[in-house]
Design a protein around this ligand. Structure first.
Ligand code: R5P
Length: 327
């Protein structure tokens, strides 16, 4: 396994491009790989259509495009599609869309009549545009993997969060799943941290309002770590934190892979009885939001993504990297 990790990447054979969604993450991935970001230009035409141009030869190369489809979701998605089309027409040998945050994943089924399944629509668009493979992280629902008919590597951010919270020495923890949909992932996380598990029974009132109704498990006097895939409006996390405090919980820490942070999220998190909010850098966070939320800590997943890219390039196992990191 060690020999796999020490292989050196040849910058002439592996090209990493970035859209405009998270340039800092793409640059950090390149630093881990020991490569410069591949040369390209992205701009908007006067009518807001997207223009992309590759500025180096990529014929016969393995191309990776880093672009989380975060807010503004439609612009970033379209930009990814334009980039995929471009590198396909420029005769890349293989094209991998690296989508650390996959937007539209929450509409993964018809929750009621006459509604779309946008997760499937977006999977079709990405494939039609030219991707041979997708790398993504902590999908809202694991089954979205099956919406793609091309290989997809589904990474977990848990190794990064496990390392961080273990180093914090918070004492005995109760891992609280704020959403029943995330309970399987939270169960794995609890085992890795040697923590008890509790679950919040929540009811969604609207897109930005949630009621935390009950807690399954013992939280009184316990130090809590809540972990979710996404913090969007922060309704879920903040309602859960308030209920945990009502039930006598001690200090509350929160972890989430994707900091969507829309609408009232930052204000809600500031006011909530939470010691620290820890997120990853799959989505960039503006300096304004960082300044408004001093209890926010951002962990980087660039190293994990870089190692994954390297392994795909060298045709090595991605899951074995993950097993080794997580056990
Ligand atoms: C639930 O389905 C997800 O795991 C998250 O709990 C949810 O998307 C978070 O949304 P919000 O922050 O708006 O409550």
């Amino acid at each position: 396994m060690q020999s796999q990790k020490t292989q050196t990447v040849d910058g002439n054979d592996l090209k990493v491009f970035s859209g405009r969604a998270n340039l800092v993450l793409a640059q950090q991935i390149c630093t881990h790989l020991g490569l410069p970001l591949a040369k390209s230009r992205i701009d908007d035409f006067p009518d807001s259509e997207i223009m992309f141009k590759v500025d180096e030869d990529i014929r016969g190369r393995d191309v990776f495009i880093v672009q989380p489809t975060c807010e503004p979701v439609n612009d970033h998605l379209m930009e990814l599609l334009v980039m995929l089309d471009c590198v396909r027409r420029a005769s890349a040998r293989s094209i991998t869309a690296v989508i650390p945050y996959f937007g539209y994943a929450r509409q993964d089924q018809k929750h009621e009549g006459r509604t779309p399944i946008t997760a499937k629509l977006v999977a079709n668009l990405i494939t039609s545009a030219g991707a041979d493979r997708v790398v993504t992280m902590d999908l809202h629902a694991g089954q979205v993997q099956g919406f793609f008919d091309i290989p997809l590597d589904h990474l977990q951010s848990q190794p990064v969060f496990t390392r961080y919270f273990t180093q914090q020495n918070l004492g005995p923890l109760t891992l609280v799943s704020p959403d029943i949909g995330n309970v399987k992932v939270d169960g794995q996380f609890a085992r890795r941290l040697n923590a008890d598990l509790a679950i919040i029974d929540k009811r969604r009132i609207s897109d930005s309002e949630v009621q935390a109704c009950n807690i399954i498990g013992d939280v009184s006097g316990r130090t809590i770590l809540m972990f979710d895939d996404i913090i969007s409006t922060a309704a879920t996390i903040c309602a859960a934190a308030n209920l945990l405090k009502e039930r006598g919980a001690g200090r509350i820490y929160v972890g989430a892979t994707h900091a969507v942070f829309c609408g009232p999220a930052v204000e809600r998190l500031s006011a909530a009885p939470i010691e620290q909010v820890v997120v990853s850098d799959t989505i960039p966070i503006s300096s304004d939001k960082l300044a408004q939320l001093p209890k926010l800590k951002v962990l980087s997943v660039a190293g994990l993504l870089a190692e994954t890219i390297k392994r795909i390039h060298f045709n090595l196992s991605v899951s074995s990297l993950f097993e080794r990191e997580t056990t």
